[in-house]
Design a protein around this ligand. Structure first.
Ligand code: 5GP
Length: 194
């Protein structure tokens, strides 16, 4: 998505060589809602042929993107996996573990109430970044626990120098990334795959 690439080049902040890209000015902290709606429409274009009964994401950064995507898909319910099992989650939950990429690599559990995923449904998974694939794998695991089917996984940015995208595609998951980064460093800037 050309507009996304332009914004990454203009506003992205690179931390380390092939480590972290910060896009806090429009996606991860301050949010450009009109632009998020464009990202949502881009996901709809990529998954135009897919039945999507529900969208699943992970708090916090995935939520706004998933909501914009939902608008483009005709407003299926959006469910977000929680990182803490608070009292707000009543009853039984599906649980899966994420090896955190950004939070000091300490693994943490994510939770989704059994009330909000149902057998037989097609679930589109949405997230902001794809790096090693742990977050998406954990969400896929939860979809499977619920007896639902993964329609696909849409990410705004895939860091293609990390293995997550290849791992998932090799497992047969349809992964669509709106921008794919081949490499990045403070010296070279961001280099996209295509
Ligand atoms: P993975 O589980 O694929 O290794 O990492 C994906 C998760 O880590 C995403 O949910 C995202 O929040 C976070 N993440 C990974 N890499 C980056 C990055 O370069 N920038 C930002 N902002 N988040 C990242």
């Amino acid at each position: 998505m050309e507009q996304l690439k332009k914004r990454i080049l203009k506003e992205g902040k690179i931390r380390g060589t092939n480590e972290i890209l910060k896009v806090d000015s429009f996606l991860n902290h301050q949010m450009d809602v009109a632009f998020l709606d464009e990202l949502g429409a881009a996901f709809k274009a990529r998954f135009a042929d897919c039945q999507v009964d529900r969208i699943l994401t992970i708090e916090a950064s995935g939520i706004a993107i998933a909501c914009s995507a939902a608008k483009a898909f005709g407003n299926p319910p959006v469910v977000f996996a929680k990182k803490n099992k608070t009292k707000n989650i009543a009853g039984d939950v599906y649980i899966s573990q994420v090896e955190s990429f950004t939070q000091g690599k300490r693994p943490y559990n994510i939770f989704v109430s059994k009330d909000f995923l149902h057998p037989g449904e097609k679930v589109l998974i949405i997230d902001d970044f794809l790096a090693n694939g742990s977050a998406l794998h954990a969400l896929i695991e939860i979809v499977h626990q619920a007896g639902s089917e993964v329609a696909g996984a849409g990410v705004v940015v895939e860091k293609a120098f990390q293995p997550g995208g290849s791992l998932l595609r090799n497992e047969g998951v349809r992964v669509e990334a709106l921008a794919r980064i081949q490499s990045m460093s403070e010296e070279t800037g961001v280099v996209f795959c295509d």
